[in-house]
Design a protein around this ligand. Structure first.
Ligand SMILES: *Cc1c(COP(=O)(O)O)cnc(C)c1O
Length: 414
C-alpha cells in the first residue's frame, strides 16, 4: 500500500530538477525557477488522471480538509456529520474552523451509515463528510440524496482512497469538494502533502487563496497581490510536490499490484466458512489498499489477533477497534475535550456529549473487523505466506471455539 515501497530514481530526478534551481517555493521567482513548476505540474496531473476540474495542493491531508471546509464556508457553530471510524484528522480539521464534528455510526461498508446521518441532522447541519476508509467508498448515492433533500454540502475525505472510484467517478471528485493525503503511509506519498479536489471554480479560488495567506495570485509579484479574505499558510513546497509528481505517475502500477494481491488474499479467506468481507457499494471502484474482513463475533476476532501475535504474523493487520487513532472508542482526548486552547462553548458542549453517545452499531462491526494492508513489494512467495498465515490462524481459533460462537453475531466489547 504505501508508495514509499517504490521510492527510486524517478523521485530523485524530480527533486533534483528543483535542487538545480534552488527555488523551493511554489509561487513566484518566475525567472530564476527556469520553468520548473512541480506543484502546478502535479495539480495538472491530478486533474487529468482523476478527471476533475481543479486541484489545490496543500501541506498535508489535514490542511487540505481545513482548507476545503473554509472554502465551503463552514465555520463557527456549523455541524459537520462524520463517521465514528476515520483518522483523527477528520475531526481536527472540523474543530480548527470553529465547527462541530457530529459523529455517527458506520455500517458494514466501514463508512458512514446513511440512516445514522438522517437521524443526526439538525438546523445547524451544514455538511456531510463521508470518509472513504481503507481504499473503498461510502454509499455516495444515498448520501447525495440526503444532501439534496436537506440542502447540505458534501465534503469527501478520500485521503485513504486515491484512485478509487464510485460508479465511474473518482472518489474526492463527486462532492462539492474532496481531499487527498500524501503523508508517508498513504498510497501516493511525498512525506507530507495533500490536495483539495473540486469542480467548482469559486471553491477552488477560495482554496488557492486560503492556503496562501489569502493571496489572490493575480499580481505580477507577490508584494503586489491583493488579499480578498484572510488565509493561512498551508502551502506545499516544490520539493514535496516533486516527489509527489514522480509517485503519482506510478499510481496505475500501484493499483494493479494491489488488485492482484488483494484478490489472492480474498480468495484464500473466502474459502473459510465464517469469514465475511466489508460491503463495497461499487466493487469495481475499490482501490484494494486493504482487505477488510469480518468474523462472526468480537471474541473470535480478539482470539485471531492473539493467535497472529503469538505467530509473529500480526504486522500489517489492523484491529481498528483497539486502535488509538482511527476509532471513536479510544478518542479520549476528544471526548474529554483535552485542548491546549479554549474551544467555543458550543464546541465544548457538543464534544462532551460524545461520552454518552451510543455507538453500539459501530462497535458491533468494528469489534469483528480486521484490515490487512496490501503490500506493493510482496513477492509471490510472501503473498502466499501471508495468505496461508492468516488462514491458519483463523482456522486454529475456529477449531478451538464452541460451535455456537460461529453463529452469534453479537459484539462483545467488554
Ligand atoms: C491520512 C488521513 C488524513 C490526513 O492526513 P495527513 O497525515 O494530515 O496528510 C485525513 N483523513 C484520513 C481518513 C486519513 O487517513
Amino acid at each position: 500500500m504505501p508508495g514509499f515501497e517504490f521510492f527510486g530514481e524517478e523521485e530523485r530526478k524530480e527533486v533534483n530538477d528543483v535542487l538545480q534551481t534552488g527555488i523551493l517555493m511554489r509561487y513566484g521567482f518566475d525567472g530564476p525557477r527556469k520553468g520548473i513548476w512541480k506543484s502546478k505540474e502535479l495539480e495538472a496531473a491530478l486533474c487529468k488522471r482523476l478527471d476533475c476540474r481543479y486541484a489545490q495542493l496543500t501541506s498535508s491531508g489535514t490542511s487540505a480538509l481545513t482548507t476545503a471546509l473554509a472554502a465551503l464556508g463552514i465555520g463557527a457553530g456549523d455541524e459537520v456529520i462524520m463517521p465514528s471510524f476515520t483518522f483523527v484528522a477528520s475531526f481536527e480539521a472540523v474543530l480548527s474552523v470553529g465547527a462541530i464534528p457530529v459523529i455517527v455510526d458506520v455500517n458494514e461498508s466501514l463508512t458512514i451509515d446513511p440512516e445514522s446521518i438522517r437521524n443526526a441532522i439538525t438546523d445547524s447541519t451544514k455538511c456531510i463528510m463521508p470518509v472513504h476508509m481503507c481504499g473503498s467508498m461510502a454509499d455516495l448515492d444515498a448520501i447525495l440524496t440526503i444532501c439534496r433533500e436537506h440542502d447540505l454540502l458534501l465534503l469527501e475525505d478520500a485521503c485513504q482512497s486515491i484512485g478509487a472510484s464510485y460508479k465511474g467517478k473518482f472518489l474526492g471528485t463527486i462532492g462539492n469538494a474532496g481531499t487527498l493525503s500524501f503523508d508517508f503511509v498513504k498510497t501516493i506519498t511525498c512525506a507530507e502533502g495533500g490536495a483539495v479536489l473540486t469542480n467548482d471554480k469559486t471553491i477552488y479560488t477560495h482554496c488557492d487563496g486560503y492556503s496562501d495567506h489569502g493571496h489572490d495570485h493575480e499580481g505580477r509579484d507577490r508584494g503586489a497581490e491583493l488579499h480578498p479574505f484572510i488565509g493561512y499558510n498551508y502551502r506545499i513546497s516544490e520539493l514535496h510536490a516533486a516527489v509527489g509528481l514522480a509517485q503519482f505517475r506510478k499510481l496505475d502500477t500501484f493499483l494493479a499490484i494491489q488488485k492482484k494481491n488483494h484478490q489472492f488474499l480474498k480468495d484464500t479467506l473466502s474459502r473459510i466458512p465464517g469469514v465475511s468481507f466489508r460491503q463495497i457499494p461499487d466493487p469495481a471502484g475499490d482501490s484494494h489498499t486493504f482487505l477488510s474482513w469480518l468474523l462472526p463475533t468480537a471474541e473470535l476476532t480478539r482470539a485471531v489477533i492473539a493467535e497472529m501475535k503469538s505467530r509473529n504474523t500480526l504486522a500489517g493487520n489492523f484491529y481498528w477497534f483497539e486502535h488509538n487513532w482511527h476509532y471513536i472508542r479510544k478518542w479520549d482526548h476528544l471526548k474529554k475535550v483535552e485542548t491546549l486552547n479554549r474551544l467555543t462553548d458550543v464546541q465544548t458542549r457538543a464534544l462532551k456529549k460524545l461520552q454518552l453517545q451510543d455507538f453500539s452499531q459501530s462497535d458491533a462491526i468494528m469489534s469483528r473487523c480486521i484490515s490487512t494492508a496490501i503490500g506493493l513489494s510482496w513477492t509471490e512467495e510472501q503473498l502466499r505466506e501471508k495468505a496461508d498465515g492468516l488462514a491458519e490462524a483463523i482456522k486454529k481459533v475456529f477449531s478451538n471455539a464452541s460451535p455456537q460462537a460461529h453463529y452469534s453475531n453479537q459484539a462483545n466489547p467488554a
